[in-house]
Design a protein around this ligand. Sequence first.
Ligand SMILES: [Ca+2]
Ligand SMILES: [Ca+2]
Ligand SMILES: [Ca+2]
Length: 670
Amino acid sequence: MRHTRPVLSASLLIVSLLWIAGLASAARATEEPTDRIIVKWRPATADASGELPESAMRRLEGSVGTKLNRQRSLGGGLHLLRLDSVRSPAQLDAVLVALRSNPQVLLAEADRRVHAHAYTPNDPLFAGQWYLQSQQVAAIRANTAWDLSKGGLSAASATVVVAVIDTGVRFEHPDLRTVASGGKLLPGYDFVSADKAGVYATANDGDGWDADASDPGDFLSAADLASATFSGKQCGSGTNKDQPTRSSWHGTRVAGLIAADTDNATGIAGAGFHLRILPARVLGKCGGYDSDVLAAMYWSAGLSIPTPLLSGAPPANANPAQVINLSLGGVGSCSAAYTEAVRDITAHGVLIVASAGNDGGPVDSPANCPGVLAVGGLRHAGTKVGYSNLGPEVALGAPAGNCVLTGANDPCLFSLDTTTDSGAQGPVGSTYTNSINSNVGTSFSAPLAAATAGLMRALNPRLTPSQLIARLRSSAATFPTASDTTPAPPVCHAPASKTDVQDAECLCTTSVCGAGLLNAGAALAEAQRPAAVAGISGTVGVGRALTLDGSGSGAAQGRSIASYAWSVVGTSGGASTPAFTNPNVATTTVLSPTSGSYTLRLTVTDSAGGSDSAELSVSAATSGGTTTSTAAPPASGSGGGGVLGLELLALAALAAQRRRCLHGPHDGRA
Ligand SMILES: [Ca+2]
Ligand SMILES: [Ca+2]
Ligand SMILES: [Ca+2]
């Protein structure tokens, strides 16, 4: 044993003190690299205009060790200087320390960027988009999130894509349009397959899979309802679900909530501002098939679909999504096929967000699949909206739309207004939902979370799906314990079965409604922290060194990793406390345990003082593997179950023909 516990503890103490000192100095400078400095000279050394004489300036440059280029006077004796090159926050801090130590300098500080608080876009309908703002308890504070990221400088340059796996979209909507014409919609693909050979009743576009993801409408006429494909499917409206329905334009509604063209002086703002939309069409009349949804999920994530046995398979996806939104589902547990797909897609780095469903019962599939971010529906007051499903699989709650109707023809007070079409059957004209033609349903909760996750990825591209879920949950606001209604609603309970419906307002708890209320502003602040990734490799054994690798850690945009700190969390089973070759570098080595196990922690700190930690455990019996951040609480439903491959194939084939339905628009009256 070359190192004893007391020695290691002492060195760790020194490390943490140094780390705190570094943190404090970084916070004084700036979060971004810059060459801009604001100074004020002491009156005794300045001339009548408050400027430092040229000769004094040259001497100052010599003492500081860098060129100081005068830019302009700012009033009050303040001046803007520029250095000869952009400096990192740490480098700039060194220059500022040198300047401040000079007797001619009264003050010297970084010229930091400032931003408007709670960005207000110029979209004329934004004022009515209560759910993006902050006045209501359940509103998601998207305008605060936009202070930290708008998802890029423009839709054309946005790096994050959110897939909308839904009914397709209306490409001509003026608040959506194609990316090619300066709008928000990527080409996408249509995955609605034939009901049987030559029958395209569900698809309603006359063919199966094709390259046109536009939505032809999903209305059900009386003739449709009487047809062999839809008879007895209960897809109609009315008490017996046998009456004709209007087209929902569901995918267009979802797409608008995620990323309607924002700040374009037209219509609404989208929660994801500059994010781009990849439309994958899977639902038509009376829903769609699991098999089409699964194919669309793989394709949207950029995982190729093999050369087809049938015609009409999509080309490789040129614009893979980082986030997939599924505002659809059906009753039942997560199938083996969905379990497999979610595991593959999540491992590929793509977050899947799904709506909980509108029955007031247990969470639908695929929202209940392990690894999916399941979103429940809230009223404006932060209580569960009557129709929203609930249960332990829900990761968090978000506004779903509620009407607070007091009379038969009263307007819906808390519609989630978005883009749609006015056509009852085929498309007629682009428009927006409103208090009369309202928009409510958990279908519209999930897109708000998907958009927030997309903005988080834009701000910090290193965040994995599990980190996104953990940070969305840790940043969620606490559920209220009161409502705007009297008498106070009861506390929500977990549904015991699919018939144990809870279709009235109730007070959310973290047992059944997730970690809290989606708060996009707080989530973006969480995303700005760095992401620690700690790996270990090597062979355990007496005298052997294992390699610790933190180089996969990353900082948010505009920041860099300023320091690494490896520490020992604990030992068990008789393991000795190990020492690191150097605990303050990204990649180091540690002696293998010869018995028992130990747990190590990597803490990374960024140039603005933000930090994150990841832990890994090593036992004398095993080695290898990589572990990611454990700083935030673990998400519900993260990680997949083990299913043997042969069973899986059989179950996937059985599950393929199950129908999935959209989660709204729902006739919510809460
Ligand atoms: Ca088609
Ligand atoms: Ca089509
Ligand atoms: Ca707009």
